[in-house]
Design a binder for this molecule. Structure first.
Ligand code: ATP
Length: 596
């Protein structure tokens, strides 16, 4: 991973600093392969000069003087040049593809690891589509561009040096006339660079917004269909696509400008040489062969020159992408493990919150929350929507950091534990079980390979997963589908419970784990949860008070504070918020029963 990453703000300094970053982190350790590729490119490039050099004996010795022996050596010489070019060109392409792919893979791996280390709040301001575009799109641009630049510098530069040497050898004055206009290109190409970098940055940013839109459309396909939003979504997408086309075209205008200027300058050079050199040939001072060799060298110099001219524009395009990557890579996570962490507690621990305050931006969400969840027992969190119940779970697992107060697990402050140790204490089962697009088995094992089949079966039975496996074509090896879409809500939750059983953590967090289920599925999932919570410190969030009345303790939350804590009976007897909630729910369910 990068150690000294350049700050992406200073554009002038950043062009070299950015290349340095690329070199240090991703290319330096492959310099052996790179040198091989560059040598092959250099050989490939030098073949052009040889080719142009062969034109002179072809005209003067073979065609003009009629030398038959020369016919063969010139013919075989040209043939040899093409064979060497073919071999070196294909070998360097294969090598370069390999190096580029390896470097891109490293970059993507590093980026993903870095992104996953960032605080959860980062992902709220950076939608998935934009991040996907950085990991895939920007890395792709950078890799294709550095490859082209390296090729231009190794192969095309050598070609140019060789071709100009041939031209100089034929006539230095002709050569001077041909290239006299080229220094005039420096100023326009410098001006165009800033323009390209800006436009390329915009184009990449729009690409990120397009990916976000697509991500939202594909994830929300059912609500889109149900609300007849196809036209609305298509129009929003059209708007972005139009912006993207315009930004890409503007970038390519900038990129095309320098090669176009080179074409014009080369044309002028030819005109000058033809007028000046033509007179020398007519007067017999120079041979046709010399002119043709010069002409061939200049013609062959055309393409390498254009590619070298386009190089700065391409680099600006890559630099825009590098800046976007560095903008993310330079963000550091704020929620970290302490340098000297405490050991994690053993067994089912007690959990204590003391005066915990927590804000989302300006919004105070927890305002001095204080309660204790007894070790190995079930504690319920109840309260109105938005009271801060789920936020407590996020504070416990350090997905968010409180602004003040103390959270302890068995008397150990959670911020003094290693993050992986802390999170390893919890299993979280929510209403929205996060399943991956893998088989059910993979979704349950989550990479654990040492689990015996008997233990897996035990977990499947306890979570009531076994009940629905016969309905699936491949049983446990059936695909769960994207986000578990091949399963029903209740089935997804049972998979999540089986997962939690195998994780076998001492603390269990259940966030509305049964709220989306019908009565029968709820009963099944509830019995699986009872099995799961036995002997663990369990915190349950539930709106339906009937599901928490047997909890060891019930914490009543109100606007970020703990309004009360006690057993169901104690809270009813005290007649506070809990008793009001209970009366409300009880009268509703009674009305429901009366209606039937
Ligand atoms: N990531 C977030 N960014 C900004 N505000 C948030 C975020 N998550 C929650 N909030 C706000 O924090 C407050 C508390 O949310 P929380 O999810 O903890 O409530 P809750 O008691 O669990 O509600 P519910 O019972 O509806 O799930 C709400 O006002 C919510 O809008």
């Amino acid at each position: 991973m990068a150690i000294n990453r350049p700050a992406p703000t200073d554009r002038r300094q950043s062009a070299t600093a950015l290349f340095w970053w690329l070199w240090q982190d991703y290319l330096r350790h492959r310099k052996g392969l790179l040198i091989c590729a560059m040598l092959l490119m250099a050989i490939e490039g030098s073949m052009l000069a040889l080719l142009s050099r062969m034109v002179q004996p072809m005209f003067d010795d073979v065609f003009a003087a009629g030398d038959k022996a020369a016919l063969y050596w010139v013919g075989f010489g040209v043939m040899g040049i093409f064979v060497i070019r073919a071999l070196t060109s294909s070998a360097q392409r294969i090598l370069m593809t390999m190096i580029q792919q390896l470097a891109a893979a490293d970059m993507r791996r590093d980026l993903l690891r870095h992104l996953m280390s960032l605080d959860s709040s980062f992902f709220q301001s950076h939608p998935p589509g934009q991040l996907i575009e950085r990991v895939q799109g920007d890395v792709g641009v950078i890799n294709s561009v550095w490859g082209s630049i390296l090729t231009a510098l190794s192969r095309d530069l050598i070609s140019l040096v060789g071709l100009f040497s041939v031209a100089l050898w034929i006539d230095w004055r002709w050569t001077l006339i041909a290239v006299v206009g080229i220094p005039l290109l420096v100023l326009p190409s410098l001006l165009v660079q800033q323009f390209i970098r800006r436009r390329a940055g915009q184009a990449r940013e729009i690409a990120g917004r397009i990916s976000t839109r697509l991500d939202e459309v594909f994830h929300g396909i059912n609500p889109i269909k149900l609300n007849a939003l196809e036209d609305y979504q298509a129009k929003r997408y059209d708007g972005l696509i139009d912006e993207s086309v315009s930004a890409e075209v503007k970038t390519s205008v900038g990129q095309a400008a320098v090669p176009a200027l080179i074409d014009i300058m080369t044309g002028l050079g030819f005109l000058g040489v033809l007028i000046y050199g033509g007179a020398e040939i007519i007067s017999g001072e120079k041979t046709n062969g010399e002119f043709m060799a010069f002409f061939t060298a200049m013609s062959l110099a055309f393409d390498p020159l254009r590619r070298l001219g386009a190089m700065s524009g391409q680099w600006q395009r890559a630099a825009a992408s590098v800046e976007r990557l560095l903008a993310v890579l330079n963000i550091a996570p704020t929620i970290l493990s302490p340098p000297v962490p405490l050991a994690r507690p053993d067994g089912a621990p007690e959990i204590t919150l003391q005066n915990v305050e927590m804000n989302y931006g300006e919004l105070p969400v927890l305002r001095g929350a204080t309660f204790t969840a007894a070790a190995g027992k079930t504690t319920a969190l109840v309260g109105a929507s938005g009271a801060g119940k789920s936020t407590i779970f996020n504070v416990l697992t350090r997905l968010v950091e409180p602004s003040s107060g103390m959270v302890r697990i068995d008397d150990k402050p959670i911020h003094e534990m290693k993050l992986t140790d802390l999170r390893g204490l919890f299993s979280v089962v929510t209403q929205d079980a996060a399943l991956f697009d893998e088989t059910l088995r993979d979704n349950i094992l989550l990479g654990q390979t040492a689990i015996e089949e008997a233990r897996l079966q035990q977990a499947l039975d306890a979570a009531h997963v076994t009940d629905f496996l016969p309905m699936l074509s491949d049983g446990l090896d059936s695909p769960a589908g994207p986000r578990g879409s091949n399963l029903s809500g209740g089935q997804r939750q049972r998979v999540a419970i089986a997962r939690a059983l195998l994780r076998n953590t001492p603390i269990l967090l259940l966030d509305e784990a049964t709220s989306a289920l019908d009565t029968k599925s709820e009963a099944i999932v509830q019995s699986a949860l009872d099995e799961l919570s036995a002997g663990r410190t369990t915190l349950v969030i539930a709106h339906r008070l009937s599901t928490v009345r047997n909890a060891h303790s019930i914490v009543v939350m109100d606007q970020g504070r703990v309004a009360d804590q006690g057993t169901h009976e104690e809270l009813l007897a005290r007649g506070g918020i809990y008793a009001d909630l209970h009366r409300l729910q009880f009268s509703k369910s009674k009305e429901g029963a009366d209606d039937q």
